[in-house]
Design a protein around this ligand. Sequence first.
Ligand SMILES: *[C@@H]1O[C@H](CO)[C@@H](O)[C@H](O)[C@H]1NC(C)=O
Length: 275
Amino acid sequence: MLLFVSVICDAYTPSGEAIPTNNRAAAARIFSEERVVDEEPWFGIEQEYTLLQKNVKWPLGWPVNGYPGPQGPYYCGVGADKAWGRDIVNAHYKACLYSGIKISGVNGEVMPGQWEFQVGPVVGIAAGDQIWAARYILERITEMADVVLSFDPKPILGDWNGAGAHTNYSTKSMRADGGYEVIKKAIDKMRARHKVHIAAYGKGNERRLTGKHETADINTFSWGVANRGASIRVGRDTEREGKGYLEDRRPASNMDPYVVTSLIAETTILFDPTK
Ligand SMILES: *[C@@H]1O[C@H](CO)[C@@H](O)[C@H](O)[C@H]1NC(C)=O
């Protein structure tokens, strides 16, 4: 029997300082602040990614030196002319379930060769842990399949969707009666720190956040109910029930989930715009 044990570790120098790439340490500090712990922050993350043919680094299913038919039939598509890589996607889904990751779904994306998996809801620092673990498992499975995994936020320039990591978020007060008011206050705080968030939301995101292809322009903060073209989307259910969650649509697929989740918690729970 072959037994794999995977453990997530964060790394420190011999003197006990977090090494520069260890973003978990700072995130864990924010998530252990009493006010943050009391709010039980939940995250649901949609991780998009693109599968590439190994030698040409061109999306799976695309003709080499050419393009497939325009976007439209591929999102959640089925069939050999619409979906490429489903074996990988399904193997990853099962491996995540066996690993105890709270994977909640998978789907084919708008750009052919692009897929998404969803993790959540997960509380606090565990969201970052689970996304990193799920990414690692996906790397291992694509490696076996001889396919290259890309988290680039805009793998193909032109009229093709980019890849994001939409982050759903709620606190205890947002989920309780009257939560819609708390959500709107949180959105105001996020507006005030738009630049700080954008800077932390992944490299190359300016190629993706163009205002086209279901994105908001990188320089303009906006929010809306059921609006896929806004920085922050609030669902119809949340509006109707007067409580629920918000969806931050800005993070790029290559974002660090420790950075993104802890920054959202910091801005919405700890940040005081009057100071
Ligand atoms: C995030 O929220 C959207 C609606 O705003 C929903 O369709 C999606 O399933 C949610 N995903 C996760 C991972 O929570």
